[in-house]
Design a protein around this ligand. Structure first.
Ligand code: GLN
Length: 492
């Protein structure tokens, strides 16, 4: 089975054209329209870019490692073509005058954006159901959620419209939909990828990352978008190694830490069974599984929802009806302009979080909530540092349960927030994480999450690739066999 690197090489050699890849992708997007993965499709600009790519190949130019590959992009990553809505009415008609750095780098590497994907409004949620444009559907089973907030980007890959896509992850928004849709999703270390042009939700937690069908493709995509950017003062100057360099090195002697706090009550038995079975395979491949402890783990969700909403309440104050798009009519003065625009433009989950965030930052409550949450954040980071003195990577399930039924989580908001239990801790600590499929229960997929040391993505990919290979030993490339890929001989 080819990886996107193989396909890009074929484009470079002239064996296949980028135009045929983009056309196959657009055809598949049309055929799977009912899944609602895309908010907008960029057919015209994509075909134009594909033809230009093919011309450059014909002229003998050397293109980048993603030459001619169609990609889908979450609709909170700004692009100078088409609209960037963030899944919200308040930005329904917003057109960005510039490109996000990560997206510009992807395009510079040869990739071709074919569409902007559906998402929870302003990336607030874990199901994509708060999108103002209707929820995307899970291709494995439309009766369960696709996960969120980058649900559209996950569905775009899982339904074969593209082989790779970009998402953003503030507390699990790449890893959870990857788990729900049975694909790979990676959130890099905080600072690894520039946030310039990523519409801010919670700036100290947000990172752009990748979705793909296999580990190798995520590694390649992440390489293309990583590295320091003068436009983002929080982007890191750390050297970006070749994330694909260790994919075939196996796990002999690697120590995998299992936090005892992550495998107890609240974990659905089927999920636990698949995660443990996967770890058994990894042990047979030479890894050492060792128990570790994250004593502050149980406080991660409350701390996350204080910090994330506090930052969101500040970040979202810019949507005032004066700048950006939607503006309420029938206003009498400046205050009613603000109030009406925001009342009409934001959905209920966003409003709830702005209120919560404003509350935890207000004088009198600041110390009790915001300051306290920051202390928990410090403790969690210390816990991870301590755990990593005894292991190379940490393992947890990605989600405590199988993907819930559509609409179900809103009957119990606490249960919804608790669904983030395994994913938010590493955003608070700034660490990288990857979710990969490790088994199926009926039609549904189970995700396993590896957490790496800061800036140790190469090692994270190495371990994930070894597990992928252990689970699919018949495929030498470690790629899951599928027939729905774009760029395959059997492209749809
Ligand atoms: N589910 C989490 C939230 O609602 C995470 C979202 C995200 O990572 N963007 O905040």
């Amino acid at each position: 089975m080819p990886t996107i690197a193989d396909t890009a090489r074929k484009v470079q050699s002239g064996e296949i054209t980028s135009e045929s890849l983009v056309q196959a992708s657009l055809g598949r997007i049309e055929a799977t329209k009912g899944l609602n993965a895309y908010i907008s499709v960029l057919a015209e600009s994509a075909l134009e870019q594909a033809r230009a790519t093919d011309k450059r190949v014909a002229a003998g130019e050397k293109l980048g490692p993603l030459a001619g590959i169609p990609v889908a992009v979450k609709d909170n990553i700004v692009y100078s073509k088409g609209r960037t809505t963030c899944g919200s009415r308040i930005l329904e008609k917003f057109e960005s005058p510039y490109d996000a750095t990560a997206l510009a780098r992807l395009v510079a590497a040869g990739a071709i954006p074919v569409g902007k994907t559906n998402m929870d409004e302003f990336a607030m949620g874990a199901t994509s159901e708060t999108s103002a444009f209707g929820a995307p559907k899970n291709p494995l089973d439309p009766g369960v959620i696709a996960g969120g907030s980058s649900g559209g980007s996950a569905v775009a890959v899982a339904s074969g419209t593209v082989r790779v896509s970009l998402g953003s992850d503030t507390g699990g928004s790449i890893r959870q939909p990857a788990a729900c849709c049975g694909i790979v999703g990676v959130k890099p270390t905080y600072g690894r990828v520039s946030r310039y042009g990523l519409v801010a939700y919670a700036s100290s937690l947000d990172q752009i990352g990748a979705f793909s069908e296999n580990v190798a493709d995520s590694a390649l995509l992440l390489n293309a978008i990583s590295g320091w950017d003068a436009q983002d003062s929080t982007s890191s100057q750390a050297v970006v190694p070749d994330f694909t360099a260790s994919l075939n090195k196996g796990v002999q002697g690697k120590v995998i830490g299992m936090p005892k706090e992550c495998f107890g009550a609240g974990l659905q038995p089927e999920v636990r069974a698949h995660v443990l079975a996967a770890l058994d395979k990894l042990e047979k491949a030479g890894a050492v599984i060792r128990e570790v402890s994250l004593p502050s783990f149980e406080f991660a969700v409350p701390a996350y929802y204080v910090i994330a909403t506090a930052e969101a309440s500040a970040n979202l104050s810019r949507y005032d009806g004066v700048r950006y798009t939607t503006r309420a009519q029938d206003v009498t003065d400046l205050f009613s302009l603000y109030a009406k625009t925001r009342s009409q433009g934001f959905g209920w989950e966003v409003k709830k979080r702005i209120l919560l965030g404003t509350y935890v930052l207000s004088s009198g409550f600041y110390d009790a909530y915001y300051l306290q949450a920051q202390k928990v954040r410090r403790l969690l980071t210390d816990d991870f540092n301590q755990a990593f003195t005894g292991c190379d990577v940490v393992v947890t399930p990605t989600m405590p349960t199988l993907p819930p039924k559509v609409g179900e989580v809103f009957t119990d908001p606490m249960a919804m927030y608790l669904g983030d239990i395994y994913t938010v801790a590493l955003n608070l600590a700034g660490l990288p994480g990857i979710s990969q499929p490790v088994g199926q229960v009926g039609k549904l997929s189970v995700g396993l999450q590896f957490i790496g040391k800061a800036f140790a993505e190469e090692e994270l990919f190495q371990v994930a690739a070894a597990l992928e290979h252990s689970l699919n030993p018949s495929d030498a490339s470690g790629v899951r066999p599928q027939s729905r890929r774009i760029g395959d001989e059997k492209a749809p």
